[in-house]
Structure formats: structure tokens, C-alpha cells
Design a binder for this molecule. Sequence first.
Ligand code: FAD
Length: 319
Amino acid sequence: MPTITFQGQSFQCDTDEPLLETLNRQGLNLPFGCRAGICQACMLKATHGMPSEDAQAGLEKKLKEKGYFLSCLCKAESDMEVELPDPADKYHSSIVFEKLFLNASVIRLRCSRPDGFIYQPGQFVNLLQPELGLTRSYSLASTRDDNFLEFHIRLIPDGRMSGWIADKVENGTFLFVSDAMGNCCYNKAYSDYPLLLAGTGTGLAPLYGIVRDAIASGHHQDIHLLHGGLNSDGLYYQEQLQQLAQRYDHFTYQPCVLNGEAPEGGVQGSVDDQLQQILKAEHNWRIFLCGDSEMVNAMRKVCFAHGTDDSDIHTDAFG
Ligand SMILES: Cc1cc2nc3c(=O)[nH]c(=O)nc-3n(C[C@H](O)[C@H](O)[C@H](O)COP(=O)(O)OP(=O)(O)OC[C@H]3O[C@@H](n4cnc5c(N)ncnc54)[C@H](O)[C@@H]3O)c2cc1C
């Protein structure tokens, strides 16, 4: 069995088990997100020994060369010494300049855009909280033209990162922000197709970026945005989206609530049912589904049942 050394402690590691699981089973509490090699929240640095090739597959060359790897994918083949990432290698620093409650449980953070930070609206980043040893992924709601980064953060009861953001983050707080990742983004190849964007809760964050990116890119086919909440209190940005719909005839904004009265210009019912209705109205949709993973999976099934090809669906599931 290979021996893994971390912060002066040594652990025997099963060659069949990812390093992340082995180390966290020993009570180390290493950060992680998706556990599937996508979010990169579990990245570690090997100072001795080689990580497996597949654990470095999606990383930038400069990170690979420094020994970085994804611990959720790494099954140790030989002894290794590993350490937490150096924030300077992996993160940009950014300063919060606005913190605003969009409703009772969603906070909007706006922070400075680091120099040279390039991204496509709809991508996500990892935020690092070094003192708590936490990394969590958040989707970008801002667009390329904004000189700031915007995040919509839902407060999770007892959530460590969202709780820290609610209680401690204020104007002037420094954030560590990773490079942007993910491919749930508008693509000019879709310009001849209608776009259907659906999400619940803070799933609106990436969708808000994608909608405005599509419009700014001159998308002329229909764009339909369906935003679901448990009730009207769970919605936000209604005014901004209604104004956008007034300005652009080909953009439709449809809020949808499961309980209570239908919101202005919207419907009461389940997001799944609404999605079915919208899918029937046109063919060839290019689809974006974002938010809570279970909801994204449920909406994806509705799209499959309608005959949509998997390659026409982009998702940002909040893992
Ligand atoms: C690619 C990606 C993009 C994301 N984008 C966003 C975004 O734009 N906005 C946003 O608000 N969140 C987003 N998330 C979710 C976010 O990364 C965190 O998981 C979330 O903020 C909770 O972190 P926490 O530390 O506050 O809670 P934790 O301390 O990790 O969890 C506390 C408790 O809440 C449960 N829990 C964790 N997450 C959720 C959840 N989403 N719903 C219900 N229960 C939960 C846990 O199981 C645990 O019991 C995204 C996730 C991924 C993978």
C-alpha cells in the first residue's frame, strides 16, 4: 500500500480508493465539491511522488508542472507527499465592493474583476476561504463587458461558506477566486436556434449571464427564460428581467412558483410541467439547465422525454 504524507502525518492508501476519500476518512476535512473531476475544489499539490495521469488530465500546463492534481480522481500508485494548494498559484484576489440581499435567502456579491481574468458568462469559479479551509463553486452572473464579477449565493442552513459570506463578508473583504471553468455558456453556433434556459433558485445566476451574453452577441432567435421558486419570495431579479423582455421582443421571461399565487407575468405550477409546455411550442431548442442538481436532473429527463439530444443540453448542476 502506498504511503501518503500530509502535514507531517502519514496514511496508508488503498490503490483502489481516491486520495480525497482516504484522507477525509482519516478526519482531515479537505475541501471538495463535485467529487467528479469537474469543479477542481479538491486540488492538492504533490511535493514528492507522481500523481496518476488522469488526476491531472484537465489541468493547465503550469499547474501540472508544479505537481497539482485532483485528489477526487487520484488513486495513488506509489508513495506521495502532498500539501494544500498555494493560493498564489491557483487563485486571483478580488475585493468585495457590494453585498446585497436579493431576497431573504439570496445574497448578491459584486467584487473587483482581477486583471486578465477572462471568462464566458455562465462559467463558474471556486472561492477559497483559507482560514476555514473551504472551497466552494459559484457561478458567474456577470458578463464579459462588466468590470466586476457578480455572484448570487443562496444561504444554506448551517452552510459553512454561505454562512461565512452572510455573517462575515463585507465591502473590502478579499476573496480568492479561481480561474473560470465549465462549458454551460452561449455559443455563436446556436445563433439559428431558439434558446431555452431553465433554472430554480440561484440557478438564475449563470442563466442571467448567458441570456445577456446571447443578446449582446446578436442572437436573433427566441430566447425563453424559465425561473422557478417554491413561492414568490424565492424569486429575484424580476424587475430587471421584465425590463429586458420589454426591450427585446424575442426574449421571454417566465417566473414560475410551485406554491401560492402566480407571480406577475408568470405561472403557478411545477417547473417540469412548464418546461414540457415550452418544449412543445418550438423545435430545435438549445437548452441550458442550471441550479440544484436534483432539479437539473429532473428537467433533463423532461427534455429527453421530449426527444432532445443530449448534445443540445448544457447544464450547471450545483452538485
Ligand atoms: C458548479 C457549481 C456551481 C455552483 N454555483 C452556485 C451558485 O451560483 N450559487 C449558489 O448559491 N450555489 C452554487 N453552488 C453550490 C455551492 O458550491 C455550495 O455547495 C453551497 O453554497 C453550499 O455551501 P456551504 O459551504 O454553505 O454549505 P455546506 O457547509 O457545504 O453544507 C451544509 C449542509 O447543507 C447541505 N447542502 C450543501 N449544498 C446544498 C444545496 N445547494 N442545497 C441544499 N443543501 C445543501 C449539505 O449537504 C450540508 O448538510 C454551485 C455548486 C457547483 C458544483
